[in-house]
Ligand binder design. Structure first.
Ligand SMILES: *[C@@H]1O[C@H](CO)[C@@H](O)[C@H](O)[C@H]1NC(C)=O
Ligand SMILES: *[C@@H]1O[C@H](CO)[C@@H](O)[C@H](O)[C@H]1NC(C)=O
Ligand SMILES: *[C@@H]1O[C@H](CO)[C@@H](O)[C@H](O)[C@H]1NC(C)=O
Length: 439
């Protein structure tokens, strides 16, 4: 076994990344030693560990043959008395604020009484936003959290890990995401596609290079998400399964099959680059959303005052840290080109992404469905932030934020999704060390 492994190559991702002048080594050091430990602490807090989800929605696209009977796929919902009152009660403070806001916005629209001191552009934006309710502007098909089928799940008790859900069913999910929802024309085959037309990805990469930077970004984000999920499954593999003991840990073979440069004909390192790209995009969203969380009226409300204050402090520390990371994207190249173009792109992105979030209802394993929904909602929230940069910059320090809102669900998803990607970057280091020691 060890002998065979000697011939494997380390998936080489080093140096600069495409579409960004940042290098992998800087990201590793920043994430693994500064951001990851703080983020982990935050995600263990009550505010962030409970996520409400409806796992019973039927798949809108095809008949799913559910694997939900598989033991490791089960999700344990929380008895509702375990969820802190502040989160459970429909009238918790934050949502009250949000409701008032919605009403105020309606009122403002009705009277046409948007503050005159705002620029024409902002007024326009405020009015537009008031017309869209939260759901119409979101990038995901959000679960109706008031549905009787929606339940709170304790994310700490239901970790994302290997479930045995793979093969044709899992493949079908990713395939429909890539094939029908990533702007890709049908005649362009993805690399490693089976059958005719597989030219080692040449046509594909030529196509990818030719599309605008945002559409290329969209594909890379999906690929990064796919890579991240696969890293978790390889890192939390069910290694031993006897009646007395279950052991989860890294499975190098599984990792190699997905990321080794030779075994994947060069795709592995590209996938890992896309993972870093996803990391940077979500990091950028965090750095941009700071004004929203910095407002004194914003609370991470659970009902425990001292804990809420402590966690808000930690949250802001993380956001400032994110802001301090030198992200050398070209400010004008992403999501911010020509105004008309940008609006059109935003809408296209939103529709594609919304569809991807619906596909998550087709994932035939509850555990994977839970984490799939959470991570797509998190990425969708990051995109919503990036497309709302101008609105966020105009959020007043005190008083309500008219133009831009996030629900608790979106906030929980945003940070947990980023936590997953941050964990992947950290686990990658672990795999690199294991592989190095095997040489
Ligand atoms: C949404 O995804 C499904 C399943 O992959 C696909 O059949 C459908 O064409 C997609 N719709 C849009 C609008 O992209
Ligand atoms: C690791 O994963 C491979 C599949 O990639 C599997 O065949 C093997 O049994 C796993 N090893 C352990 C120790 O579970
Ligand atoms: C509130 O949170 C703190 C920790 O931040 C904890 O020590 C305390 O017991 C909590 N209070 C209640 C009433 O749960």
């Amino acid at each position: 076994m060890v002998l065979i492994l000697l011939f494997f190559f380390l998936p080489q991702v080093t140096g600069y990344l495409d579409d960004c002048t940042c290098d992998v080594e800087t990201i590793d050091a920043f994430n693994n030693y500064q951001l990851f430990p703080r983020l982990n602490e935050l995600l263990e807090s009550d505010y962030f560990r409970y996520y409400k989800v409806n796992l019973q929605k039927p798949c809108p696209f095809w008949d799913d043959n559910s694997h939900c009977g598989m033991r490791d796929c089960a999700v344990q919902p929380c008895p509702s008395d375990e969820v802190p009152d502040g989160i459970r009660s429909a009238s918790y403070k934050y949502s009250e604020e949000a409701n008032n806001l919605a009403e105020e916005c309606e009122e403002a629209k009705r009277l046409g009484a948007v503050d005159d001191s705002l620029s024409k552009e902002t007024r326009q934006a405020v009015l537009q936003w008031a017309q869209h309710d939260d759901s119409s502007d979101s990038f995901c098909e959000a679960d109706d959290i008031h549905s009787p089928e929606a339940e709170y799940v304790d994310l700490l008790l239901n970790p994302e890990r290997y479930t045995g859900y793979k093969g044709p069913d899992a493949w079908k999910i990713w395939n429909s995401i890539y094939e029908e929802n990533c702007f890709k024309p049908q005649n362009v085959k993805r690399p490693l596609a089976s059958g005719r037309g597989d030219d080692g990805g040449q046509t594909f990469y030529k196509w990818l290079k030719g599309v605008c930077v945002e559409k290329r970004a969209f594909y890379r984000l999906i690929s990064g998400l796919h890579a991240s999920i696969n890293i978790h499954l390889s890192a939390r593999y069910l290694l031993q399964d006897t009646w007395s003991e279950k052991k989860w840990g890294p499975n190098i073979t599984e990792f190699q099959q997905r990321f080794d440069e030779v075994l994947t004909r060069g795709e592995g390192p590209r996938r890992l680059k896309n993972l870093y790209f996803l990391y940077l995009i979500e990091l950028r969203a965090l750095s941009k959303v700071l004004p929203f969380f910095e407002r004194p009226t914003f609370q991470l409300y659970t009902g425990n005052k001292s804990q809420d204050a402590e966690m808000k402090h930690l949250l802001l520390e993380i956001l400032h840290l994110a802001k301090s990371f030198p992200l050398h994207f070209d400010e004008n190249s992403f999501f911010a080109g020509n105004k008309k173009e940008a609006a059109k792109l935003k809408e296209e992105f939103r529709l594609h992404f919304k569809n991807i979030s619906k596909i998550m209802d087709c994932v035939g394993c509850f555990k994977c469905r839970l984490w799939g929904k959470l991570q797509t909602q998190g990425l969708g929230t990051a995109l919503k932030i990036l497309f709302s940069e101008n609105l966020i910059e105009k959020i007043p320090e005190s008083g309500p934020s008219y133009g831009f809102q996030l629900t608790r669900q979106e906030i929980v998803a945003l940070f947990n999704a980023f936590g997953r990607v941050s964990t992947s970057v950290k686990e990658l280091e672990n795999f690199r060390n294991i592989l190095q020691n095997m040489r």
